[in-house]
Design a binder for this molecule. Structure first.
Ligand SMILES: Cc1c(C=O)c(-c2nnc3c4c(C[n+]5cc6c(C)n(C)c(C)c6c(Cl)n5)n(C)c(C)c4cnn23)c(C)n1C
Length: 330
C-alpha cells in the first residue's frame, strides 16, 4: 500500500503546510498540518465551541457511519510555541493521498487556544512522531504512520517541502523522481519520541565547514530553524545591521541586507539552505526590518530542524528497526 498527498503552504511565507485528508463515511475533507514533532492526530470538530471556530473545516462524527466514540478517553497537548488543544476521541476511517487506515484514533477538539482559532486555513494536525508521545489517556493511541505501517510497501514516509510552493508527503515508497544523487541516512534516537538525530556540522556562506555533532529534531511542524547560539551568532555576524532583538524575540536585520547561505551536514553529505529561506519575513507588512529564519535554540532545551532547513532537502523518515532518517538534494 502507498499514498501521496500535497503539502500546501498556508501563507506567502510558508508559516505552515497543510495536506488534504478525508475522515469517515461519507468522506469529510479537512486540511491538516502533518507534524513530525508531535504524535496526536486532532481536528476541529462539531464538538469545538463555535466561539473558537473561525472558518476552519470541522469533522462531525455523527455524520459518519463508521465513527465510534472511544469512551472515557481524553487528550490534552501543549506545543512549543505555547499553543494547545484538548478534547475527546473517536475512531474512524482516515485517508491521506489514497492510503486508508481503518479505525484511526481521531482526537476531536473540545477546546483550542486562540492561535488555532485565528488560523482559518489549518483544521488540525496529524502527528507523525513516535507513538510514545501520544497524549490520549487512559490508553495512548497510534499515529497514522504506525497504523499504516504493516500495509505499506516500504516502512517509510517522505517529506518534500518546498519554498513558496506546494510540495508533497509520500507514504510507503521513495519517489526517485523527487531527488538527485544518493540519500544519506543517519541514526535516529527515538526516545522520548521525536525524530532526533545529529548534524555532522555546518558552514556559513563560503566559510569552512565546522565539523561538530549537533543533536536536534527534524520537525515538519516547526516553521524555522533553531540552532545553538554560537552557530547563530556566527551566521548573523556576516549580516550588515543584524541584531538579536529582545523586542522581536530573535535576530532581525535590514530587509535589504545580503544574507549568506547556511550549509548543514548529514554524515558526509552537505545541504545548503539558500539565503532567501533565511530572509524569512518582514516584521510587519510595511517594515524594512526582517526576521531571520535561523534563530537561537537557547532556552528551548533542544535544537529544532524546522521547515526552513527541511525544505532544502528531500527527507526520508524510515520506520525500520532501528529507525533512521535520510536526506537527499533535490
Ligand atoms: C520551541 C518552539 C516551537 C516548536 O515547534 C515553535 C513553533 N514554530 N512553529 C510552530 C507551530 C506551528 C507552525 N505555525 C507557526 C506559526 C506562527 C509563528 N504564526 C505567527 C502563525 C500564525 C503560525 C502557524 Cl498558523 N503555524 N504550528 C501549526 C504549531 C501547532 C506550532 C507549534 N510550535 N511552533 C516555536 C515558535 N518555538 C519557540
Amino acid at each position: 500500500d502507498k499514498g501521496s498527498a500535497a503539502a500546501i503552504p498556508i501563507n506567502e511565507v510558508d508559516i505552515a503546510y497543510v495536506t488534504p485528508v478525508t475522515i469517515g463515511t461519507p468522506p469529510q475533507t479537512l486540511m491538516l498540518d502533518l507534524d513530525t514533532g508531535s504524535s496526536d492526530l486532532w481536528v476541529f470538530s462539531s464538538l469545538t465551541p463555535s466561539t473558537q471556530v473561525r472558518g476552519q473545516e470541522i469533522y462531525t462524527p455523527t455524520k459518519s457511519s463508521t465513527s465510534k466514540l472511544l469512551s472515557g478517553h481524553t487528550w490534552s497537548i501543549r506545543y512549543g510555541d505555547g499553543s494547545g488543544s484538548r478534547g475527546s476521541v473517536y475512531t474512524d476511517n482516515f485517508t491521506i493521498g489514497g492510503l486508508e487506515v481503518r479505525s484511526q484514533a481521531v482526537q476531536t477538539a473540545l477546546e483550542v487556544s486562540s492561535s488555532f482559532t485565528q488560523e482559518q486555513s489549518l483544521d488540525g494536525l496529524v502527528g507523525l512522531g513516535f507513538s510514545t508521545l501520544n497524549t490520549v489517556r487512559p490508553s495512548s493511541q497510534l499515529t497514522f504512520f504506525d497504523n499504516a505501517r504493516p500495509n505499506l510497501d516500504e516502512e517509510v514516509f517522505t517529506a518534500d517541502l518546498k519554498y513558496h510552493a506546494t510540495g508533497s508527503y509520500d507514504f510507503g515508497f521513495i519517489d526517485s523522481k523527487k531527488y538527485t544523487g544518493n540519500i544519506t541516512y543517519t541514526a535516529v534516537q527515538q526516545s522520548p519520541g521525536y525524530w532526533t538525530h545529529s548534524l555532522s556540522g555546518y558552514s556559513v556562506g563560503s566559510g569552512a565547514f565546522q565539523a561538530s555533532q549537533i543533536s536536534g529534531i527534524s520537525d515538519t511542524g516547526t516553521t524555522l530553524l533553531y540552532l545553538p547560539t554560537a552557530i547563530v551568532t556566527a551566521y548573523y555576524r556576516q549580516v550588515q545591521g543584524a541584531q538579536n532583538s529582545q523586542y522581536y524575540g530573535g535576530y532581525v536585520f535590514p530587509c535589504s541586507s545580503t544574507l549568506p547561505t547556511f550549509t548543514f551536514g548529514i554524515e558526509g553529505a552537505r545541504f545548503t539552505i539558500p539565503a532567501s529561506y533565511i530572509n524569512y519575513t518582514r516584521i510587519s507588512p510595511t517594515s524594512t526590518t526582517c526576521y531571520g529564519g535561523l534563530q537561537s535554540s537557547s532556552g528551548l532545551g533542544i535544537n529544532i530542524f524546522g521547515d526552513v532547513a527541511l525544505k532544502a532537502a528531500f527527507v526520508v523518515f524510515s520506520g525500520t528497526n532501528p529507525p533512521r532518517i535520510g536526506f537527499a538534494t533535490k
